[in-house]
Design a protein around this ligand. Structure first.
Ligand code: CUA
Length: 315
């Protein structure tokens, strides 16, 4: 590794196994560019001074039509720089595209505008929890439009595409928290399509996975509902404190009558909430954009019941 894993002026800390590889090529190209820029500018300035016409009547200098030495002098170093960058680029690319067989797998669904990380025990989370020191493989797909999974500290960026699966993998040595961005423009709240990677020690990760399993059995419905809505990204658009969001706030909403986009009135009750989760476009509240994704097939009835319990509790 040429550079330290601490953050630099250009780069965040090198937190994954891929980071040093990416940075080394970046810095190699950066310094190659700096050196050739300075050399070109210096040579340019030198030639302007040395060969400038001293007298307006001087004849133009005769053209030199070929010099093999000169041609090779400026072709071979450029070729060498490109070849080195290509070699390390291919090595890095192959490594990033080849997850180890024993990688821990997490399924990822991107949708407008949140991430759902799905674990083998059925738990779905809005943040990506992973164990340290273990290769982690993400199998990703999108429910709606193109998104892109990006963790700058890992130097990992992978498009997430509707109708197909894409993969990314990485290994993180140290426990910590890292920022996930969506880096493909995907609509109104693209810039807020954020999540965290939370890296636990292996033991803590197992404890965490156990603790989040079966929340419906372990927690009172309001609490389970709140957890579900946080994990599924609902609260990114629907505030619980009255603040205006992409969708209506839940604060004090229960039992109120709202005007729908088609001019009719609708009471905020169990069936309305359920209908809005299953077919969000069917009863849009007037003044809000019809942008919510459907959760049909993604939330069980028990989970919807817990969500309703939570919405009821937001006074
Ligand atoms: Cu999702 Cu931008």
């Amino acid at each position: 590794m040429w550079f330290t894993s601490d953050p630099t002026f250009w780069m965040p800390a090198q937190a994954s196994n891929h980071a040093a590889l990416v940075d080394n090529i970046y810095y190699f190209l950066y310094w190659a560019s700096v050196i050739s820029f300075v050399a070109c500018m210096f040579a340019g300035a030198l030639f302007v001074l040395k060969y400038r016409a001293k007298n307006i009547n001087d004849k133009a200098l005769s053209q030199v039509d070929h010099s093999t030495t000169l041609e090779l002098t400026w072709t071979l170093p450029v070729f060498a720089v490109a070849a080195v960058a290509f070699y390390f680029g291919v090595m890095g690319f192959v490594s990033m595209k080849t997850p180890p067989d024993d990688a821990y797998e997490v399924n990822v669904t991107a949708y407008k505008w949140a991430w759902a990380f799905n674990y083998a025990n059925g738990h779905t989370d809005g943040n990506l929890h992973i164990p340290a020191g273990v290769p982690v493989k993400l199998t990703m797909s999108s429910d709606d439009v193109l998104h892109s999974f990006y963790v700058p500290a890992f130097r990992v960026k992978q498009d997430v595409v509707p109708g197909r699966y894409t993969q990314a993998w990485f290994e993180v040595t140290e426990p910590g928290e890292y920022q996930i961005f969506c880096t493909e423009y995907c609509g109104t709240k693209h810039s807020e399509m954020l999540a965290k990677v939370i890296v636990h020690t292996e033991d803590d990760f197992k404890k965490w996975l156990d603790s989040v399993g079966n929340i419906l059995d372990r927690l009172p419905p309001e609490e389970a509902g709140k957890m579900l809505m946080t994990q599924r990204g609902c609260l990114a658009c629907h505030s619980i404190d009255g603040a205006k969001g992409v969708g209506p706030t839940f604060k004090g909403s229960w039992g109120t009558t709202r005007k729908l986009a088609d001019g009719s009135d609708q009471v905020m009750d169990e069936n309305y909430v359920r209908q809005s989760i299953m077919e969000p476009q069917s009863q849009i509240v007037a003044g809000f954009p019809p942008v919510m994704p459907t959760f049909k097939g993604k939330l069980e009835d028990r989970e919807i019941t817990a969500i309703i319990a939570f919405i009821k509790s937001i006074k």
